[in-house]
Design a protein around this ligand. Structure first.
Ligand code: F6R
Length: 610
């Protein structure tokens, strides 16, 4: 994970870097640091903990002036969060100073090799090995480009480096493999960043670096090289999305703001593929012929994106009658599965940078399987490497716990399900029209649920000291239970498990204790009675029954401790509504426990390490 930045220009680098790092803190917040190059001297300020500690130290007078510098916000992989392991890291004479995102897998081997030349190591990081390897090559010819190209040929793993060389004033260097790096072009200044949001206040003119590219920044000048050191031409892109969208807009937390943006995310995502009263997937290369030929679908993703895929599995199978397998990317990447050449792999990822998802997609491509990525971040690695892309229109998502991107992923999968069903003739035109009209009504219904959220805040207070919870469902409701349970545990630290309701009796039921929160999701009419029985089994063992059910469901009226009714919709699309009260429950319990909702401990927004 980690967020990295570089700047060279006329302004004070520390100001630019601190404000950019604030936008990147979602990528990790175990430590923060800056290095600034000034008159042949490199000054460093870094510490364990949040960026605001660093900001306070600099405000209090830590000397860090200069107009060329690099910055870092860390999610620790090698070495505990500490001042010494914080980035930037340096070579012994400070010739080379760098920040790094990613993992140097062969760092032990590199350290052993360098130790033979007298190098010593002061941190527990893998990064220090890479910095000193670059320094080793740099010492030979004092040529940054040669040093970087030689080093990255030796380094294994995935990485982005942003570097300063003491003898090269006003220059910042960078290199990437598998992790994102963006170069920004301003007037008389230039930038490097892990993510566009960090430089958007300064420039909208950006270059997306490709794998194994090296970049050199000078004031207002950006140059690219390949691993042989040859200069490369790249096209400048204009970023069109709104920087305001990344601010809190009056809400206490980004998560609550993003929960309220779901109706818009759903509407925009659907609107992006609905033209002249038709679902149009032409831009994704999904012609009718191609759709008819699909023999099998693999949906591959991690975390909440996987949960969205689990909903998609039920919906696509039921509407389009295509067999669908849902796969955890971290497992899929190491499976040796025979795959049909006419299969379609649907890759779901908000960030488009999740390491396992990217590796799994590459594996599908190695098997000559066509890949379609459902991605939120434009220009991300998965978006660029997939055969085709369905962009969700959630806009920048800042809270670590996803909400609006998940909702947009659901819509993308409904669109695919309906279109596949229509083309393959498993639904008729009237059914297709009705399904589309139901999707179009979802934004209004989501807002209706949000208008009725108040009682959830009160109920959440009951679980401030709770230790365990269960989320039960069947079919689509089980897929939503997984997401509801993850939302609860990741931000409130209340241990929670989702269980396919029918599985309770096969073991998990022994965990039920008096007062324990058991949430049941009931949106599938044919299964109302079944899930009601499972909930009653929990009730008779003392559970507190929290039910999310469709208006009109008559079950558990007497027995439930709390019922939240959601508006009726076509049952295929119920996840878009039932997930809202579950997101809110997670949020309210976390707030009641006074936790850092937007930045839960140990997590980062984009998991770019394995
Ligand atoms: C949970 C959450 C994560 C992500 C997962 C995949 O709220 O956000 O579980 O869904 O890390 O990330 P992306 O979608 O960026 O591939």
């Amino acid at each position: 994970m980690c967020g990295i930045l570089g700047y060279t220009g006329e302004r004070q680098a520390s100001d630019i870097l601190l404000s950019g790092l604030a936008k990147l803190e979602y990528r990790g917040y175990d430590s923060a640091g800056l290095a600034v190059l000034d008159n042949g001297n490199i000054k460093i300020a870094k510490n364990k903990g949040r960026l605001k500690i660093l900001e306070e130290r600099i405000k209090a007078g830590q000397e860090i002036s200069g107009t060329c510098g690099i910055g870092h916000t860390r999610w620790a992989t090698h070495g505990e969060p500490s001042d010494i392991n914080a980035h930037p890291l340096w070579s012994d004479d400070m010739s080379v100073v760098a920040v790094h995102n990613g993992i140097v897998e062969n760092y032990r081997e590199i350290k052993n090799m360098l130790a033979n030349y007298g190098y010593e190591f002061y941190s527990q990081t893998d990064t220090e090995a890479a910095v000193k390897l670059i320094d080793f090559y740099y010492k030979q010819e004092k040529n940054p480009l040669k040093a970087i190209t030689q080093a990255i040929k030796k380094i294994e793993g995935s990485y982005c480096f942003v570097l300063l060389f003491k003898d090269f004033p006003n220059e910042v260097w960078g290199a990437r493999k598998d992790l994102p790096l963006i170069a920004g072009q301003g007037k008389g200044e230039s930038f490097l960043a892990s993510d566009v949001s960090a430089i958007l206040q300064d420039t909208r003119q950006v270059y997306y670096l490709d794998n194994m590219e090296i970049v050199q920044l000078k004031k207002g000048l950006v140059r690219f090289f390949d691993t042989e050191g040859y200069a490369k031409h790249k096209e400048l892109s204009e970023v069109t999305w709104d920087a305001q969208a990344a601010e809190k807009g009056g809400f206490e937390h980004f998560m609550m703001k993003e929960i309220h943006e779901q109706a818009r995310a759903v509407k925009d995502t659907f609107g992006s593929v609905f033209h002249s009263n038709k679902i149009d997937l032409g831009e994704m290369g999904l012609t009718d012929e191609r759709i008819k030929a699909i023999s099998q679908i693999y949906i591959i993703a991690c975390g909440s994106a996987y949960h969205a895929g689990a909903v998609a599995q039920y919906v696509i199978e039921d509407l389009a009658k295509i067999p669908v397998r849902i796969e955890l990317a971290s497992e899929f990447r190491y499976r040796n599965m025979p795959m049909d050449k006419n299969a379609l792999a649907i890759i779901i990822s908000q960030s488009g940078e999740t390491a396992d998802t990217l590796a799994a997609m590459r594996r599908a491509k190695e098997n000559k399987i066509n890949t379609l990525a459902i991605v939120n971040v434009v220009g991300s690695t998965i978006a660029r490497e997939a055969d085709s892309v369905f962009y969700t229109m959630a806009g920048p998502e800042i809270a670590v716990a996803t909400t609006k991107a998940y909702s947009a992923q659901l819509i993308a999968s409904y669109v695919l399900a309906v279109k596949f069903a229509q083309v393959r003739g498993t639904i008729d035109e009237l059914q297709c029209e009705n399904l589309i009209s139901e999707i179009q009504k979802l934004p209004e219904k989501i807002d209706e649920i949000l208008d009725e959220k108040e009682p959830l805040e009160e109920i959440a207070q009951k679980f401030v000291n709770a230790r365990n919870a269960f989320y039960l469902g069947r079919n689509i409701d089980y897929a939503v239970a997984m997401e509801g349970s993850l939302k609860m545990k990741e931000i409130s630290y209340l241990h929670s498990e989702a269980c396919a309701a029918g599985e309770m009796k096969h073991g998990p039921i022994s965990l039920i204790e008096r007062g324990m929160l058991v949430a049941g999701i009931m949106t599938q009419k044919d299964l109302y009675q079944k899930i009601a029985s499972n909930m009653l089994e929990a009730k008779s063992r003392g559970a507190f029954l929290f039910v999310v059910s469709t208006r009109g469901c008559k079950y558990l009226k007497e027995e439930a401790d709390f019922i939240f009714n959601i508006p009726e919709t076509d049952e295929h699309f119920s996840a878009s509504l039932s997930v809202i009260p579950l997101q809110l429950m997670g949020y309210y319990v976390a707030v009641a426990r006074k936790l850092d909702v937007d930045k839960p401990r140990n997590l980062a927004k984009s998991v770019t390490v394995e």
